[in-house]
Design a binder for this molecule. Structure first.
Ligand SMILES: *[C@@H]1O[C@H](CO)[C@@H](O)[C@H](O)[C@H]1NC(C)=O
Ligand SMILES: *[C@@H]1O[C@H](CO)[C@@H](O)[C@H](O)[C@H]1NC(C)=O
Ligand SMILES: *[C@@H]1O[C@H](CO)[C@@H](O)[C@H](O)[C@H]1NC(C)=O
Length: 331
C-alpha cells in the first residue's frame, strides 16, 4: 500500500519534501490562531502535534513543548481543522465523524492528519534564486474561512478541496463542495497553505498564495511584496463517514456538516502554529534527500511513543456521541 500511494504522489510534480503522519492530539473548542484566549472558542477543532497546544500560544512553541503526536519528533507544531459531524436526516441529532489515518502512514498512527512540507524541485532556477526558509518561532497562519458561503468564493480558495474516497487509496476527483452521495471509504479533506511570506507579520496577513491550481503543484516564485519562500504546508484528513452512509436516504441532501454548522463544504479551513525545535525544519528543507519519510537530518519516533503525548481537556464538554446540537452552536 505504501509504495502504491507514493507512486500516486510521484505522478504529481513534487520532487522533494517531507510527508508524515501525526496522530490525533485532542478534539476540543480551542483556536489559538483565530480566537486566541477564548476557551471555549466558537467551534470544535481536531488538533494534532505538540503538547504546548493551548488557548493562547505565543513565542517559541518548539522550545516549550515536551512531546508531539507527530512522527517527526522535533516537530512540536500544531495543525488543526474544523470537525466533521453527521446530522441525522430525520431526527436532527449530530454525531462526530471519526478520523482514520491515511493508508500509507507509519504503523500505529491513530486518526490524525497527514502533513506535507514541500520545497518542490530543487533543480528549478526559481528555487535556486529563492531558497526555502523555515518559519520563524511564533509564526502562525490560517487558510479558508467558516464564513465562505458561495461556490465562487470557495473556488477562489485554491487547494481547499474534498475527495469522495472509493477506497482508502483511490481518491477520485477533487471537489469544491462535499460529495453529493455516500462515499464508500469516507470523505477526504485537503488543505494546501500558501508558500510566500512578507518576512514581517507572524500571522496570516503576512502570507501570499502564488499557487493557481488545486492539488500538489510547484509553487511559482514569490513576489517582491512577499519575497520569502516558505515550505508549502499541506494537510490531509480522512473522515470515516462509512458508518453513517446507511442513514443517508438517497435523494436527501448531504447530511455532513462542519462543526461551525457548515452545511456546505465551502467553509472548510485549517490552522497552523509553527513549532519545530530549533533549526530542525530548516535542516530538513536544505536537503534534497529529505523525501517523504525524512532523512538523517531529522529525528523520528515510533507512533506508539507519539501516541503517549496528550494535552488536558481545557473546555470540558462532550463532543462525541449523539448530540442535540453542535458544541457552541445554539439549538
Ligand atoms: C495553558 O495556559 C494556561 C494559562 O496560561 C497555563 O496555566 C497552562 O499551564 C497552559 N498549558 C500548557 C499545556 O501549556
Ligand atoms: C437519532 O437517531 C440516532 C440513530 O438511530 C439515535 O441514536 C439518536 O438517539 C436519535 N436521536 C433522537 C433525538 O432521537
Ligand atoms: C540552509 O541552507 C542555507 C543556504 O545554503 C544556509 O545559509 C543555512 O545555514 C542552512 N541551514 C541549515 C540549518 O542547514
Amino acid at each position: 500500500m505504501k509504495s502504491l500511494s507514493i507512486a500516486l504522489a510521484l505522478a504529481a510534480p513534487v520532487h522533494a519534501g517531507l510527508r508524515f503522519g501525526c496522530s490525533s492530539l485532542t478534539i476540543q473548542r480551542l483556536d489559538p490562531v483565530v480566537e486566541p484566549g477564548n476557551a471555549p472558542s466558537s467551534h470544535v477543532h481536531h488538533i494534532v502535534g505538540g503538547n504546548a497546544f493551548n488557548a493562547t500560544m505565543t513565542g517559541d512553541v518548539g522550545a516549550r513543548a515536551t512531546c508531539t503526536t507527530c512522527e517527526m519528533s522535533e516537530d512540536f507544531s500544531n495543525y488543526w481543522t474544523a470537525v466533521l459531524y453527521f446530522k441525522h436526516p430525520t431526527n436532527g441529532s449530530y454525531h462526530r465523524v471519526p478520523v482514520v489515518n491515511n493508508a500509507a502512514l507509519a504503523p500505529n498512527t491513530k486518526g490524525g492528519i497527514t502533513v506535507y512540507y514541500t520545497p518542490h524541485d530543487f533543480t528549478t532556477d526559481d528555487l535556486k534564486n529563492q531558497p526555502i526558509k523555515a518559519f520563524p518561532p511564533g509564526f502562525r497562519m490560517t487558510v479558508g474561512s467558516p464564513a465562505t458561503n458561495s461556490l465562487d468564493q470557495a473556488k477562489g480558495h485554491i487547494g481547499l478541496r474534498y475527495n469522495c474516497l472509493q477506497t482508502l487509496i483511490n481518491r477520485g476527483p477533487e471537489m469544491v463542495d462535499f460529495p453529493d452521495r455516500p462515499c464508500p471509504a469516507g470523505i477526504f479533506a485537503v488543505h494546501h497553505f500558501p508558500a510566500c511570506w512578507d518576512g514581517k507579520n507572524l500571522d496570516s496577513p503576512g502570507i501570499y498564495n502564488t499557487i493557481r491550481m488545486d492539488g500538489f503543484t510547484n509553487a511559482p516564485p514569490c513576489p517582491a511584496s512577499h519575497p520569502v519562500r516558505m515550505p508549502q504546508v499541506t494537510y490531509e484528513t480522512v473522515w470515516d463517514t462509512t458508518k453513517f452512509n446507511s442513514m443517508w436516504p438517497s435523494g436527501t441532501p448531504n447530511p455532513f456538516v462542519w462543526s461551525f454548522e457548515g452545511t456546505s463544504g465551502y467553509g472548510t479551513h485549517a490552522d497552523y502554529m509553527f513549532g519545530w525545535k530549533g533549526d530542525s525544519l530548516q535542516r530538513a528543507m536544505n536537503k534534497s534527500e529529505c523525501f517523504y519519510d525524512g532523512c538523517g537530518s531529522i529525528t523520528k519516533q515510533v507512533m506508539t511513543e507519539a501516541n503517549k503525548c496528550t494535552v488536558p481537556d481545557m473546555v470540558g464538554e462532550v463532543t462525541d456521541g449523539w448530540l442535540d446540537h453542535l458544541p457552541g452552536m445554539a439549538m
